[in-house]
Design a binder for this molecule. Structure first.
Ligand code: ALA
Length: 414
């Protein structure tokens, strides 16, 4: 069984700060192994990639390519299906401009869900505006779980794409993306799965899910900021559905002017979508992060976070806090990841988060970039979110529950 107390020793920031860090859905902390890998790159073999025959450049190029392979291995993909971008948001935007502009036209429909965070809504909204397409929004039930009947009612032959999150960044609800992929494909639609909150926390197998696009960010999975992943399935690539709309040096094999005409030969995927000098240090850091996660085990991480979630619900019950705390989404620990959003009575979520901060607890407050979901579930002012990771302990849950109890006692037990 995963021991968070041993894992914590690898995270210098947790030793240096007296903080209960529960904002992992926003960004995770980094272990010393990742920090050292980045330091080693800059100290001992920093060079540009794919542009030099000298050994420094060769080594940087090899490790940059190796990172594609290691990341691909994590999700059971082929390395050619892995495009490095800045973050999950950029990955969705890249899917929109490289695939969407080519394949979505006037009258076509794109299905998103109420559960999406803004980054999986706005690029599709932009595409619909540009191409004269229509966005349809699939509802959730009052617990925040996807309304499958509504999905089945709204999907049709006009649907070109289903854009859906794997795990809600607000409620922790886990969608059955394998089943939804089946439904999308039965209607001839492509599917993009936003895996920013799943890949860092549970085993994800792209072959099993069968999705066409998957995106996630390095910084939420122990890696550095500024590196993320867009997975594009071989089927989409081979079907010639991707236009290399962002291009430049490094994303081209030959550029010749012959007979007064420009002739351009592009390289194979993924290089045709990675123009310019990429985030080499980021890729090296991300590779180390993936190795770290695989060593601990994604199933162990998932089980650990589920234990913490269950423990939180038990403690809230034991302390009789149920009457003051309003949970966004399912009111029980089942079928959800380690993300719990809540409000306390009528208290403003930012005020609650500030009080928690004064007691050494770091949580996020507001809409968590998911205003439609908050409004749908009756939280018009947003919520406070605690999100767990592999280094969080049961003691930290005790601290959170105790802090909530202190706030409740001060405010309501006069
Ligand atoms: N990164 C955003 C979050 O905190 C979406 O959930």
């Amino acid at each position: 069984m995963l021991n968070p107390r041993i894992i914590r020793r690898d995270f210098p920031i947790l030793a240096e700060n007296n903080i209960v860090y529960l904002d992992n859905a926003a960004t995770s902390q980094r272990p010393i192994q990742v920090i050292r890998a980045i330091e080693e790159f800059y100290k001992t073999y920093n060079a540009n990639i794919h542009r030099g025959l000298y050994w420094l450049s060769q080594k940087a190029s090899e490790l940059y390519e190796e990172s594609h392979r290691v990341v691909a291995g994590l999700i059971n993909a082929d390395w050619r299906e892995i495009v490095f971008v800045k973050n999950a948001t950029e990955a969705i935007n890249l899917a929109m401009i490289s695939w969407g502009l080519k394949n979505v036209g006037p009258g076509d429909e794109i299905l998103v869900t109420v559960m999406e965070h803004h980054s999986n809504i706005l690029p599709w909204y932009t595409l619909a505006e540009i191409r004269g397409a229509r966005i349809r929004v699939v509802d959730v039930d009052d617990e925040g779980r996807l309304d499958k009947a509504d999905l089945e009612q709204k999907i049709s032959r006009r649907t070109k794409l289903v854009a859906i999150t794997h795990v809600s960044n607000v409620t922790g609800v886990v969608n059955d993306v394998e089943e939804i992929t089946g439904i999308a494909h039965d209607h001839g639609a492509r599917i993009l799965v936003d895996a920013a909150q799943s890949v860092p926390h549970m085993p994800v197998d792209v072959k099993k899910i069968g999705a066409d696009f998957i995106c996630f960010s390095g910084h939420k999975m122990l890696g550095p900021t500024g590196i993320g992943v867009l997975y594009i399935s071989e089927d989409v690539i081979e079907n010639n559905e991707i236009d290399p709309v962002i291009s430049g040096g490094g994303a081209v094999k030959q550029v010749r002017i012959s007979g007064g005409r420009l002739r351009v030969e592009r390289p194979r995927h993924p290089w045709s979508l990675e123009p310019g000098t990429p985030n080499i240090a980021g890729a090296i850091g991300l590779m180390e992060a993936v190795k770290y996660l695989e060593k601990v085990g994604l199933r162990e991480i998932m089980d650990h976070e589920r234990r913490l979630t269950k423990y939180f619900f038990e403690k809230i019950g034991e302390e009789d806090l149920d009457q003051y705390i309003r949970i966004v989404g399912p009111k029980n620990p089942w079928g959800r990841a380690g993300i719990i959003s809540f409000t306390l009575g009528e208290m403003d979520p930012h005020a609650t988060a500030a009080l928690l901060d004064s007691m050494g607890i770091a949580v996020r407050s507001g809409y968590h970039c998911a205003q439609p979901l908050h409004e749908r579930l009756g939280f018009p002012r947003g919520s406070v979110r605690a999100s767990f990771y592999l280094y969080n302990t049961a003691w930290e849950i005790d601290m959170l529950v105790q802090a909530i109890k202190n706030i409740v006692q001060k405010r309501w037990s006069r």
